[in-house]
Design a binder for this molecule. Sequence first.
Ligand SMILES: NC(=O)c1ccc[n+]([C@@H]2O[C@H](COP(=O)([O-])OP(=O)(O)OC[C@H]3O[C@@H](n4cnc5c(N)ncnc54)[C@H](OP(=O)(O)O)[C@@H]3O)[C@@H](O)[C@H]2O)c1
Length: 245
Amino acid sequence: MSANLLILGGTTEASALARTVAERGLTATFSYAGRVNSPRPQPIPHRVGGFGGVEGLAAYLRDHNISHVIDATHPFAAQMSWNAYHACTQTGVPLVALTRPPWQARDGDDWTHVPDMARAVAAVAGAPKRVMLALGKLHMEDFAAQPDNHYVLRLVDQPETPPTLPHHTVTVARGPFTIEGDTALFRAQGIELVVCKNAGGAGAEAKLHAARDLGLPVVMIDRPDLPPRDEVATVDGVFTWIDAH
Ligand SMILES: NC(=O)c1ccc[n+]([C@@H]2O[C@H](COP(=O)([O-])OP(=O)(O)OC[C@H]3O[C@@H](n4cnc5c(N)ncnc54)[C@H](OP(=O)(O)O)[C@@H]3O)[C@@H](O)[C@H]2O)c1
């Protein structure tokens, strides 16, 4: 049977994988959740939207004769990753995750690690300050529980309805970001604290360099629990894994 891949995407790494898949002429479909208004175009066919939980994904795998699933979602997209794990276990379709190691604090970093979003919200309590929320749109409203801070929100799209945070600035931008750009943004916005997820990878790392250079503290949200699947760290590793499965 020739390979018919399903790539669960939404990351820089997933797009890099799609480019190589296209160059190699493999049959594959790229799947987007549909969270952003205009997803990056891909050089392979794509689909958009949820599958309908584990059962929906299992049915998709069967109906489309998928031979391999490559989970190249963001490390915080835990629901999708667990669904992929259960659907692949159910259907017997081999699953691999294209992952990136978490960021590690270096000399000069001032990070407070928190296990989840609720603790991140608690960590911005105290005297009002200007906080960079590099978290995407899903959780920004959680910070309404600490309404005295001024929040700078970096989002891929302009929000359709204004955030309910009493004091905020929206900046619309899509990664990958640069150290110069992030340093300039933090300076211009008078940022005093950065809140982010431990995504790992290069595309969003610039903010950590900028925070270090400016001596800013960072609230680092640690990764959620992810399923016990095969993992590779490079696009080449995906092809080696496919050859073995
Ligand atoms: N979470 C982040 O910080 C973050 C950052 C950058 C990019 N992203 C990307 O944004 C997307 C959504 O992230 P999330 O954290 O909202 O995910 P999530 O909470 O794990 O997923 C929620 C639901 O969205 C659907 N979904 C998620 N990823 C999908 C995909 N690639 N293709 C089709 N359906 C998908 C699934 O719906 P059904 O159950 O109906 O199948 C899933 O159960 C992911 O593709 C992820 O790679 C996330």
